[in-house]
Design a protein around this ligand. Structure first.
Ligand SMILES: N[C@@H](CCC(=O)N[C@@H](CS)C(=O)NCC(=O)O)C(=O)O
Length: 320
């Protein structure tokens, strides 16, 4: 684990903390879009995704690549699950897909190639442009919106997961889910004080209760149709019982204890192409193995036994 300072990799401890032992996530820095006539134009074969199968933010982008049928248009490299001194890297391992685009052995080389003076965190996902040799975007919330529509004219699969009539509601749900759940699990897990932990974990379970009530009334977060908001929730829910419940001490309840949330999770997991984006082996080995301050032995639990194949009852279709 580490960060870059003026283009040079520096090793540092995982889970950088701020005031009062609170975990603080830093802003991402490459924020371009893909649009006809722009610096980054839509083109089949031009873009490449760097992901970790363990990472919930990277997982969103793999899901959108699958939803939009972009597998042949956008290539992918998958990092090793273990984030050690070199950060995300391509050491050989089960499910690792090496970097055939830049031949990098670690992700910090990709950031240095995009900007030789880059300072900041080296995170996944990264959307890379093979034509200019640079990073288009490294913010998953923006990458999934790019994938949702930028390749439609080139033959991407139909389906708008961020439809105009539902945008305000999607944003409102995203805001709460991001703050208390997607990022809330990290705030609970990386807290260095009892107060910082409780400050994160209490609202986290309030949000799960709120979501359970919502999903008991309607199949998806914004009504009858699945949207981006459901997929953003899904990447946290699918990791919850396997990693966050134990490793990050989010253990008031499990997702399998919430009938509607568990059904929602299984329904999304069973949607075409999605199960192939989920790797619980990478997920468990990454979390339990990469955070020595949280789990010094690095021992990975064998459970839980999750029946992800029990049929979900919600039919996953976008509005548009
Ligand atoms: N805002 C970013 C966050 C991505 C992120 O934090 N990814 C984690 C992996 S789950 C990472 O790469 N962390 C490495 C680090 O912070 O050094 C996004 O959503 O794309």
């Amino acid at each position: 684990m580490g960060r870059m300072v003026d283009g040079v990799w520096q090793v540092e401890e995982v889970g950088a903390t701020g005031a009062g032992g609170r975990f603080q996530r830093t802003q991402t820095s490459f924020r371009d879009g893909i649009a006809p006539g722009g610096r980054f134009a839509p083109e089949a074969g031009r873009y490449h995704l760097y992901v970790s199968l363990a990472c919930p933010w990277a997982h969103r982008t793999l899901i959108f690549r699958a939803l939009k049928g972009l597998e042949d248009m956008i290539s992918v490299s998958v990092t090793h699950w273990h984030m050690g001194d070199q950060g995300w890297n391509f050491a050989p391992g089960e499910g690792v897909v090496p970097d055939t685009v830049n031949g990098a052995t670690a992700m910090h080389e990709i950031y240095a190639k995009a900007d030789p003076h880059y300072s900041g965190r080296v995170t996944v996902p990264v959307l890379w442009d093979k034509a200019t040799g640079s990073i288009v975007n490294n913010e998953s919330a923006e990458i999934i919106r790019i994938l949702n529509s930028a390749f439609d004219a080139l033959g991407a699969a139909p389906g708008d997961w961020y439809p105009a009539p539902l945008r305000a509601e999607i944003e409102a749900v995203n805001e709460r889910v991001y703050a208390t759940l997607n990022n809330g699990v990290y705030r609970a897990g990386f807290a260095r004080t009892q107060a910082a932990y409780e400050e994160a974990v209490v609202p986290l379970f309030e949000t799960l209760d709120w979501l359970e009530a919502r999903l008991s009334r309607q199949p998806f977060l914004c009504g009858e149709h699945a949207t981006e908001a459901d997929w953003r929730l899904f990447t946290t829910l699918i990791r919850f019982d396997a990693a966050y419940h134990g490793h990050f001490k989010c253990n008031l309840r499990r997702i399998v204890d919430y009938p509607a949330l568990w059904d929602h999770t299984r329904s999304l997991h069973q949607h075409a192409g999605i199960a192939q984006t989920v790797d619980l082996g990478h997920i468990k080995r990454h979390y339990y193995g990469s955070h020595p301050a949280v789990n010094p032995t690095g021992v990975v639990p064998i459970g839980p036994a999750l029946d992800l194949d029990r049929p979900g009852t919600r039919r996953v279709t976008p509005l548009g």
